[in-house]
Every structure is written in structure tokens, then in C-alpha cells.
Ligand binder design. Structure first.
Ligand SMILES: [Zn+2]
Length: 425
């Protein structure tokens, strides 16, 4: 719990302010704060933002790319098969080593909260053990929320007992994968079982739901129905929802009002959805993302997750949440000014709301978690994916990156030019 005075912060409204953090909590936001006994840094009129929040990730699989082999087809199903080959070889220490390294990447890029699914199918709970340890080890630096995820299907792999054990061990959220159960009926049954468990235990729900191009994979409807039946409104998220891309338009106009009624939260994973969906299509190939603009217009909370970094499903990634938002913006035609701002919120404030994070944001009384970006505003952040000059956790600087500067040597005169920024100085 540290004290810090940050001078000359450029706030989201374009105004400059100082921010004073006392004992890890934002105490004051105003002009010309002086606090002689407090450590001080200068934001130098750069944009100060709440930290990035990744609402969907798989920390048990991350950084395992190439183990034991790479996914040659690039499909979801080969990824799941590959993960099945790797799982028997995993150890708690190996999972922890990779997860720890990954958390450092995330923190350096300004992400200070991650919801990670953890596989509970199979004959052990090594991933759960490892990630509960990492959640504790890293809590000074980053908030980790764990989801009990039956990767091989709750009913198909008969892993209800494991899922309940994982929750008993302290996993935070109930997960599932209805579209991977054997039949639509089993998928619906799994949703009912999982939502009832969450209701009894007072937990949040986040299911991988309809992660397919099948236009009649409609588990999202069941998920919204169970949410309403059990009074879980505002506590349930559907992750991926890619089949919605291919839904009949008439059906979608009926469905969206049910989603609003249930206050169902949406978590899209743009980098992975654009890569994995549409693989069986001839041209034209579907983009495969869920209907993000329509969901935003209907007033639903929409967040974006990174989902994977260098694992059986995705060979790339450095865990930069601005890359994630940038991809969504392009794939979903979200180039209007308010739409671009909304994309930024999907990796910050809206994601924080879906995770039910407390005291998140920049206001007196909020946690002193902030990131100073080398840019002027959220849209410039999306455009440039700029350096994270300072990453601050509860008033303590936990990462810094020097400002990016380009030097051009063109002819006799050496020019030093600020190429990136619209308001160069
Ligand atoms: Zn996932």
C-alpha cells in the first residue's frame, strides 16, 4: 500500500489533473496538488487510464505452443485434441512456471485483472492446484479470477465431480462448454446443472457458449432462460457466442430482447474468433465474431478477451489488450467515434463490471491501479498501441517502459521527429 503523486495526467475528458494516491487508494484528483512528503512522478500530459482487464483467458495452457506439436489445421477441434495430448504430461510446477511468466507479460502491458478458465476435465486437478497458487502468489500485482472449465464436456467427460471439487478448492466462477456436449439436449442439460450450482453457491457463471459456425447452435437462448429462471441476472456471461454471427436475422431480433431481459453479459474473443471460425467455409468466409454492434446498441455489456497466447489454439500474441480491441474494431466495422470508445471500454471498464471488480476506475476512493500510456486519449491508444510508460498497482510502480522515439537520418541533417502522435510537441 504505497503513496504516490502523479503530476500532469491527461484524463479521459481531455483535461489535465494531478492524482494523489494514499495507502494504495486514490485520495484526490485535482489541479496543482502538492504533497511534499510523497513520492512523485510526472505523466507529462500523457493519457492516464484504469488498467486493462482481460475477461477471458486460459492460463493453464498459455505459452505451451509446440508442446508436444503445433496445431497444423488451425481448427478448434485440433486444438482441443492437442491439449488432450499435452495434459497427461503436465506438472504443477510446469504450469506455474508458464503462468508466472505470462503474468509478467500481461502486467508489463498494463493488464492488472484477468479471468482465466482452468480445465477441470481429466483424472486430476493439477491446473486448478497450480493456478490457485499463482492467484495467491501474484495477488500483490494482478487480480486473477478462476473459472472451473470442463473442457471435454461436463456430461461427455463425466467431470461434474471434478468441477465441484475445483469450486470447493476455491475456484471463483462456474464454467461450461454446452456446444461440445454430445447433443443439443445434453448441452442444454449441462447449462441447467451449472447455473443451479452457481445459484446455490452464490457464484458468477461464464460459459464457453456456441463457439461454432453452426447457425442452429442456440445454447445462448438456454443460458439466458436459466439466468432468468434462477434470478441470476447480471451474474452470467456467455463467452464467444460465435454462432450468433450465422443466426437467422428474424431469430436474432427475437433473441436479443431475451438477452437484455436476462442482463446476459457478452465476452467476445476477437483474435481467436477471427482465426478459428469460418475454417470450413468456401468463399465468402464468415468472420465468425458474435454480433457486437447490435449487442452494444441493445445496451448489453460487451467485453473482449485475449483467450489465448501461444497455446494449442493460437500461435501468436503478447497479451496486449489493445491488440484485442483493435481486432474487434476492424472485424465488426466499429469505426464510429463512440464505437471506437466502446471498444476501449470492452477491455477496461465494461470488462471490470462483468468481472464484478470492486473499486475499479479513476475516482477518489478507487484502488490506486493506473496505467500511463504514451498517447493522448483512448482512440489514439487503439491506433498506436503505445508504450505503457508506467503501470501502477495500489500506488506502487510495478512496471515502466521508456517512451518510444524515432530518429530519422535522412541526408546530411539529422532529424529527430515525433512520427506517431497527432499533437507532436
Ligand atoms: Zn476460451
Amino acid at each position: 500500500m504505497a503513496n504516490l503523486l502523479i503530476k500532469n495526467c491527461l484524463m479521459a475528458d481531455g483535461q489535465s489533473s494531478d492524482i494523489l494516491i494514499k495507502n494504495g487508494i486514490i485520495k484526490d484528483i485535482s489541479k496543482n496538488i502538492s504533497a511534499t512528503d510523497t513520492p512523485k512522478i510526472d505523466a507529462n500530459h500523457h493519457f492516464v487510464t484504469p488498467p486493462f482487464v482481460d475477461s477471458h483467458f486460459h492460463m493453464d495452457a498459455t505459452l505451451s505452443y509446440g508442446l508436444p506439436r503445433v496445431n497444423e489445421s488451425g481448427t478448434l477441434l485440433e486444438g482441443i485434441a492437442l491439449w488432450g495430448e499435452l495434459k497427461p504430461k503436465l506438472t504443477v510446477d510446469a504450469i506455474k512456471d508458464r503462468a508466472r511468466r505470462f503474468c509478467k507479460w500481461a502486467i508489463a502491458r498494463g493488464t492488472l485483472a484477468i479471468r482465466s478458465h482452468v480445465d477441470v476435465s481429466g483424472d486430476n486437478l493439477l491446473g486448478v492446484e497450480a493456478l490457485i497458487d499463482i492467484r495467491e502468489e501474484m495477488k500483490e500485482f494482478i487480480d486473477i479470477q478462476l473459472v472451473a472449465f470442463p473442457q471435454d464436456g461436463l456430461l461427455r467427460a463425466n467431470c461434474l465431480e471434478n468441477l465441484v471439487s475445483a469450486l470447493d478448492m476455491g475456484v471463483d466462477v462456474v464454467g461450461g462448454i454446452p456446444h461440445f456436449e454430445r447433443t443439443m439436449a445434453d448441452g442444454a442439460e449441462s447449462i441447467k446443472i451449472l447455473c443451479e450450482i452457481a445459484e446455490k453457491r452464490g457464484l458468477l457463471v461464464d460459459l464457453h457458449c456456441d463457439e461454432t459456425d453452426d447457425p442452429i447452435s442456440r445454447h445462448v437462448e438456454t443460458l439466458a432462460y436459466e439466468t432468468l429462471r434462477l434470478g441470476l441476472n447480471g451474474r452470467v456471461a456467455g463467452s464467444h457466442l460465435t454462432s450468433m454471427h450465422s443466426f437467422d436475422n428474424y431469430y436474432f431480433t427475437k433473441l436479443i430482447s431475451l438477452l437484455v431481459e436476462a442482463d446476459l453479459h457478452i465476452i467476445a474473443n476477437p483474435l481467436i474468433n477471427i482465426t478459428i471460425q469460418g475454417r470450413q467455409d468456401a468463399y465468402p468466409k464468415r468472420r465468425g465474431l458474435t454480433r457486437i454492434p447490435e449487442q452494444i446498441n441493445a445496451g448489453l455489456k460487451v467485453a473482449f478477451g485475449h483467450d489465448c497466447v501461444m497455446d494449442p489454439w493460437y500461435p501468436l500474441g503478447s497479451h496486449d489488450m489493445l491488440e484485442v480491441a483493435h481486432m474487434a474494431l476492424h472485424c465488426c466495422h466499429l469505426t464510429g467515434v463512440e464505437q471506437m470508445r466502446s471498444c476501449y471500454e470492452s477491455v477496461t471498464t465494461k470488462a471490470a463490471e462483468i468481472l464484478h471488480l470492486e473499486k475499479y476506475g479513476i475516482y477518489p476512493g478507487a484502488k490506486g491501479d493506473l496505467v500511463i500510456l504514451q498517447c493522448k486519449d483512448p482512440i489514439e491508444a487503439l491506433r498506436l498501441k503505445p508504450a505503457r510508460l508506467f503501470v501502477i498497482r495500489k500506488g506502487k510502480i510495478i512496471s515502466s517502459t521508456p517512451p518510444v522515439e524515432y530518429k530519422l537520418f535522412m541526408g546530411e541533417k539529422i532529424e529527430k521527429e515525433d512520427l506517431l502522435f497527432k499533437n507532436s510537441s
